[in-house]
Design a protein around this ligand. Structure first.
Ligand SMILES: C[S@@+](CC[C@H](N)C(=O)[O-])C[C@H]1O[C@@H](n2cnc3c(N)ncnc32)[C@H](O)[C@@H]1O
Length: 199
């Protein structure tokens, strides 16, 4: 079997993310992760939080590495990963106490974020949480590095991708019954945006 793919950024940010989630995700929460990438966050957090049930997911053509990480981790609370492509949101994805994404919102075209928010709102239970980790703008870029990332995304990933203003995301989320709750400052000009579903 080939070596697992390793994202060095995950090795740097997984500790701070797990610490930020520790006080926010109550014991027993079923968490849906979208755009899990290699699955390093899923494995790192699930290993330290056996009281959570973690459902990772990815697009079909990114499943191999994710599957490898999850199979190797062999954790009872880390479910087999699901294929979820935001372009084809699956029916019946409901009942999660929390939905988590890392570095996804800026990576996909703006129109797909509408689909993402609508799907998340349907997937999370009333009173549940939605947690977006990554770089977001606060009345513009918060660092030169984030501005460079935005330019790279538009040039190399998709012309309609790029960093979101936190307030714009909050306005969109509010249309789907998701209320902005807090912005947690994270290392390297990232944040954890927390939303709560009305109910
Ligand atoms: C910047 S990576 C972040 C990966 C991981 N969450 C992390 O923080 O290391 C963005 C991820 O979004 C996924 N992605 C892109 N378009 C997607 C789509 N339409 N549906 C689901 N996932 C998508 C990519 O496959 C990729 O793994």
């Amino acid at each position: 079997m080939p070596d697992k793919p390793v994202n060095p950024a995950c090795l740097r940010n997984q500790g701070p993310i797990e610490a930020a989630l520790a006080s926010r995700l109550p014991s027993g929460t079923r968490v849906l992760e979208l755009g899990s990438g290699t699955g390093q966050h899923a494995v790192f957090i699930a290993a330290r939080r056996p009281d959570l049930v973690w459902q990772a997911s990815e697009q079909a053509d990114h499943m191999m590495g994710l599957q490898q990480w999850i199979t190797e981790a062999n954790l009872a609370n880390l479910l087999p990963p699901k294929v979820i492509d935001l372009n084809h949101w699956p029916q019946g994805l409901t009942g999660f106490g929390a939905v988590y994404t890392a570095n996804l919102v800026h990576y996909v075209p703006k129109a797909l974020v509408d689909v993402l928010i609508a799907g998340i709102a349907a997937a999370v239970v009333p009173g549940g949480q939605v947690l977006f980790y990554g770089p977001f703008n606060e009345s513009g870029f918060t660092s030169a590095g984030n501005a460079q990332l935005d330019a790279w995304l538009k040039e190399s990933v998709n012309a309609d991708a790029g960093l979101w203003e936190r307030a714009a995301l909050a306005n969109l989320a509010a249309k789907h019954d998701l209320a902005f709750d807090e912005s947690v400052t994270m290392p390297n000009n990232n944040v954890l945006l927390v939303f709560k579903k009305f109910g």
